[in-house]
Design a protein around this ligand. Structure first.
Ligand SMILES: *[C@@H]1O[C@H](CO)[C@@H](O)[C@H](O)[C@H]1NC(C)=O
Ligand SMILES: *[C@@H]1O[C@H](CO)[C@@H](O)[C@H](O)[C@H]1NC(C)=O
Ligand SMILES: *[C@@H]1O[C@H](CO)[C@@H](O)[C@H](O)[C@H]1NC(C)=O
Ligand SMILES: *[C@@H]1O[C@H](CO)[C@@H](O)[C@H](O)[C@H]1NC(C)=O
Ligand SMILES: *[C@@H]1O[C@H](CO)[C@@H](O)[C@H](O)[C@H]1NC(C)=O
Ligand SMILES: *[C@@H]1O[C@H](CO)[C@@H](O)[C@H](O)[C@H]1NC(C)=O
Length: 640
């Protein structure tokens, strides 16, 4: 009993250990997967056999106790002996009422397979689980300082041995870089920078460009991941100066090149951008030869960045609200137009970008920290307050290629990115008013090729200042799409990865919810069984031999006359005869079968009708008990 119980426990534990080891492991080989599942089932089966065996032994022990305590109809006795195959015991009131413990144990025997074989393998399933991890890996970032030290004469190569591309093209005063006082000066943005800006602007996606394998390389494998990088780059800091007609106060203070009067509804413009004030001119001077080398003379201000053009942008939004009847604009417009003017200044900006790669997509959350204007100069004012567009001050903030070369080249790179953006902004959109009609826009700008205008009306979008800032940010981040760019660098950051893996999933709670009750019931049965053995002083079994030796009673011979073939159907009146197991009180024919072996005087235990039986008392020597001891005594007597 105890061995089966322990074996059952061990098999259950084995199943737990097996499942535990399979938990969150992936098995791609279908054959092996099936095999592993079968191992678990086999353990469940073995544990069922062991636990079942334990309860069956206890059960048998207990039947005999029941048979001694109560008289049962032969029908019920049959059921008790056959309980492991025949569940009709559970609907027989006689067995339930007289032998409740036994019936309960039988029930346990019947229910064990349900819990172990059927339900316990359900604790191991196959499914997707979210594997969460983190690692410090190299992710792409931007380092505009790299442009500072770029010399076009010396090619540089990235880790994949690809020649790195600069954001700028330069002209020089001396190709050999040997003439005294030589310097390189900015020419224009490079073809690579322009290409990236164009693709990004034309793509209309609310997202920066990235490489095909951006997620795989940034996340360090087939993961979804999040990480944060920060870098310093150019950014436009936008502020709204006028909202609604006649809101010109701030504009004048800021020295705007235009006011709201040109914009609808007063004027005819839906959009106007003045983005080239003080721009770096190209060519820088007369008489430049190949590579921009000055032929005759080098002008004083060759290559000097005097200012970085401010973006002055006005736009008017159609509110789609019908004008009131008394509106002065009723003669031309049907709906109300709200003019806005904002300016954006080019700043050196600290970007903090949270990347979130998820499946085929990624999204970014960006925070801006505008550090300082890229070139800290402004236009001077006349005494009467109007702006002198010819005079940029202070001169000491000019950025010269003759002085701090790294600063100059970095500024040039920022300027190049800004130029790429400004290309799309300059120009205007005029509206032909709906009255007398027909109303339509006349476009003199590339802005309508970008996502800055509504894709349905081709008019600028409502929140243009923020959209413009983000549009430019996406242009900067799109540099990641071309790893051969010089500014694309690597930074080691903590990357939080997640991935769905299809694997085994083991719920130990479920397993023990199956085995817990089983172990408890088996343990109770075991205790009851052991207690019964101690009380009875002997063990019992239910084999044929035991039936044979416990039915040596002439009363039974009489009763069973006519049914001795064991045939079916069994005579019903016999079925209902009540029998009990006990000590036969009168035994007249004892000598007939005990012979001369000296058993006389010993009462023997047998099935019989209750009236002829007495109770079995532990410790008493009955015929058939303590055989060996008696045989020894007998032999000794014979020898004597
Ligand atoms: C950027 O590049 C420069 C020059 O290659 C290097 O000195 C600097 O450490 C880099 N900065 C970062 C943040 O990697
Ligand atoms: C650089 O040199 C080329 C060739 O002479 C010239 O076309 C170009 O305008 C120059 N760039 C600047 C900014 O002067
Ligand atoms: C990343 O993006 C996915 C899908 O858009 C979202 O479910 C997830 O919460 C995001 N993770 C973080 C850390 O923002
Ligand atoms: C202000 O003064 C400048 C130069 O003296 C002149 O060109 C300009 O027209 C004036 N502007 C106004 C609004 O008077
Ligand atoms: C227009 O833009 C909106 C928002 O950006 C987008 O949801 C929509 O699909 C676009 N419509 C078309 C026709 O592209
Ligand atoms: C990444 O997330 C997406 C969306 O949540 C999901 O469909 C995809 O399976 C995930 N990829 C991995 C490798 O876990």
């Amino acid at each position: 009993m105890v061995v089966s119980f322990i074996a059952g426990l061990l098999f259950a534990l084995g199943q737990h250990v097996l499942y535990k080891r399979l938990h969150h492991t992936t098995e791609d080989d279908e054959q092996r997967k099936v095999k592993l599942v079968l191992y678990g089932r086999a353990l469940a089966y073995l544990s069922k056999v062991a636990f079942g065996g334990c309860v069956i032994i206890c059960y048998r022990q207990r039947i005999w106790r029941a048979l001694r305590d109560h008289a049962f109809s032969i029908w019920s006795i049959d059921q008790l002996f056959l309980a492991t195959e025949d569940p009709s015991l559970f609907v027989n009131w006689e067995t339930i009422s007289k032998a409740s413990t036994v019936v309960a144990m039988a029930l346990v025997i019947w229910l064990i397979p349900l819990a172990t074989i059927i339900f316990s393998p359900g604790a191991l399933t196959f499914g997707d689980y979210l594997e969460v991890g983190s690692a410090v890996i190299a992710v792409p970032t931007l380092n505009f300082t790299a442009e500072s030290y770029k010399n076009y004469r010396n090619a540089t190569y990235n880790r994949k041995n690809v020649k790195q591309r600069s954001l700028i093209y330069v002209n020089t005063t001396d190709k050999a870089a040997s003439a005294p006082g030589w310097f390189d000066y900015y020419d224009q943005y490079s073809a690579d920078a322009e290409r990236i800006a164009l693709i990004m602007a034309y793509s209309l996606k609310e997202q920066s460009l990235s490489t095909e394998d951006a997620r795989l390389s940034s996340c360090g494998g087939d993961f979804n991941c999040t990480y944060t990088i920060s870098f310093i780059g150019p950014g436009y800091n936008c502020e709204e100066l006028a909202r609604g007609a006649d809101d010109d106060q701030k504009l004048a203070e800021a020295g705007a090149p235009f006011d709201t009067s040109g914009l609808a509804p007063v004027g005819r413009l839906a959009y106007i951008a003045d983005v080239d004030r003080g721009d770096y001119s190209r060519p820088q001077q007369e008489g430049l030869g190949l590579g921009g080398v000055p032929i005759d003379f080098i002008s004083e201000d060759l290559g000097i960045f005097q200012t970085e053009p401010v973006l002055w942008i006005g736009y008017s939004i159609d509110s789609n609200e019908t004008l009131p009847a008394d509106s002065p604009y009723n003669e031309t417009w049907k709906t109300r137009y709200d003019p806005h003017i904002f300016k954006c200044t080019h700043y050196e900006t600290k970007y903090t970008v949270d990347f979130n790669y998820s499946g085929p997509y990624f999204n970014t959350h960006i925070s801006f920290d505008f550090i300082s204007p890229i070139i800290n100069t402004t236009f001077s004012r006349f005494d009467n307050g109007s702006v002198n567009w010819e005079d940029i001050v202070p001169v000491e903030n000019y950025i010269s290629p003759r002085g701090d070369v790294p600063l100059y080249k970095k500024t040039a790179a920022y300027h190049a990115m800004g130029s790429c953006l400004r290309k799309f902004l300059r120009g205007k959109i005029e509206l032909e008013p709906p009255i007398p009609g027909p109303g339509y826009p006349r476009v003199y700008s590339e802005v309508t090729k970008t996502r800055l205008v509504s894709n349905t009306t081709a008019m600028p979008k409502e929140d243009l200042p923020m959209l413009l800032r983000d549009f430019y940010t996406d242009m900067i981040l799109s540099l990641f799409s071309d790893p051969k760019m010089l500014v694309v660098a690597e930074e080691r950051v903590l990357v939080n990865t997640t991935r769905y893996r299809s694997s085994f999933i083991y719920d130990s709670g479920k397993l023990w919810a199956c085995y817990g009750p089983v172990i408890f019931c088996v343990f109770v049965s075991l205790t009851v069984g052991a207690w019964t053995i101690w009380e009875d002083g002997t063990t019992f079994s239910v084999g044929f031999s035991r039936i044979m030796v416990t039915t040596r009673n002439s009363t039974l011979d009489h009763i069973s006359r006519g049914a001795c073939l064991g045939n079916d159907p069994f005579p019903p009146e016999l079925m209902h005869t009540r029998l009990k197991f006990g000590v036969l009180v009168e035994y007249t024919e004892e000598l007939d079968y005990t012979g001369q072996d000296g058993y006389q005087g010993l009462s023997h235990c047998t099935f019989g009708v209750p009236s002829e039986l007495g109770p079995i008392v532990k410790g008493t020597i009955y015929a058939g008990l303590k055989d060996k001891q008696r045989m020894r005594i007998m032999k000794k007597e014979k020898i004597d």
